[in-house]
Design a protein around this ligand. Structure first.
Ligand SMILES: NC(=O)c1ccc[n+]([C@@H]2O[C@H](COP(=O)([O-])OP(=O)(O)OC[C@H]3O[C@@H](n4cnc5c(N)ncnc54)[C@H](O)[C@@H]3O)[C@@H](O)[C@H]2O)c1
Ligand SMILES: O=C(O)C1=N[C@H](C(=O)O)CCC1
Length: 265
């Protein structure tokens, strides 16, 4: 069976890459895209795509679903739009595959309940790159033995959310196994606010934003006389695309929400 896919955010850096990925995949059909404004009738109207890219462009999810009946919605938009899109897709019986980051804990809980209610698969993947998933899994393992940890995530300067979804997910995975601890000197004081980064359960997350970067993270563990660094680098957005295709196939077999690819690889 061909999987009918819709993509939200097709003109973005990730969305455009995902459009090419789905178009090239013999098991999938790109049936529609969702934009926030009128930019053309089909993707072929946009200079950035070839003339055989005929998926229609919609600005309303309900109309998109009524006209094109997708099985899966891939969302690569922004933190302001993604929650609404995910909720709408589930309500319309379309399985969401979400790459967009920036969910709150309350939103994740609500979407988990909604997917359960509807018996529908939903994947929220803060990072689609297999190397990044392994980096997070290895960091979780290391934290059992080395509980002093700081995360440095580094991204391009157009990124809207900080810390990154990957940074937060890494901290959450470490939190599951790490003996609770407030790091650094108990009396340490920031002379410039933010100098010690964000505080997640006593661990620090530092966010670097610079042109030239794509998506990079190091997890640093300190022990007596030793330092362990686990690092991953995404050098381009192709690094995420096998994860996108994998999720589109997997979500069709699922009946609940999964947050993080480490739970299904
Ligand atoms: N999970 C992953 O592996 C992964 C990897 C890279 C980026 N991301 C995330 O994906 C998201 C997109 O990243 P990007 O670098 O492509 O950003 P981008 O700014 O290049 O693209 C976002 C696109 O979304 C569109 N958009 C905004 N609001 C919309 C709406 N309401 N409806 C439809 N489209 C809308 C914008 O027009 C833009 O084209 C970000 O949240 C980023 O953190 C995730
Ligand atoms: O480019 C981005 O933005 C990325 N966002 C994700 C995150 O927040 O972790 C994944 C990596 C790229």
């Amino acid at each position: 069976m061909t999987i009918r896919v819709a993509i939200a955010g097709p003109r973005g850096k990730m969305g455009a890459e995902a459009v090419h990925t789905i178009m090239k995949n013999g098991k999938m059909e790109l049936v529609a895209v969702l934009d926030y404004k009128e930019v053309g009738v089909t993707l072929a109207d946009l200079d950035m795509f070839p003339s055989n890219y005929t998926a229609p462009i919609f600005t309303d999810m309900k109309e998109l679903v009524a006209a094109t009946d997708p099985d899966v919605l891939v969302d690569l938009t922004n933190p302001h739009a993604v929650y609404k899109h995910t909720k709408e897709a589930l309500a319309l019986n379309v399985r969401p595959v979400i790459g967009t980051t920036g969910f709150t804990d309350a939103q994740l809980e609500e979407l988990t309940a909604l997917a359960r209610e509807k018996d529908l698969g939903c994947i929220i993947a803060p990072n689609f790159a297999i190397g990044a998933i392994l980096m997070m899994k290895f960091a979780k393992e290391a934290a059992k033995y080395l509980p002093d940890v700081e995360i440095i995530e580094m991204h391009h300067d157009q990124k809207l959310d900080a810390p990154s979804g990957t940074g937060v997910k890494t901290a959450q995975m470490i939190q599951e196994v790490r003996a609770q601890k407030i790091q650094g000197h108990l009396e340490e004081k920031e002379t410039i606010e933010g100098a010690r980064g964000a505080d997640f359960d006593g661990m620090r997350i530092h966010s670097v934003r610079l042109p030239g970067l794509v998506a990079h993270q190091q997890v640093l563990f300190g022990g007596d006389g030793q330092l362990l660094t686990i690092r991953h680098d995404s050098l381009n957005r192709a690094s995420f695309m096998s994860g996108v295709a994998f999720c589109v196939e997997e979500v069709m077999k699922m009946d609940q929400l999964v947050y993080g690819l480490e739970n299904i690889i």
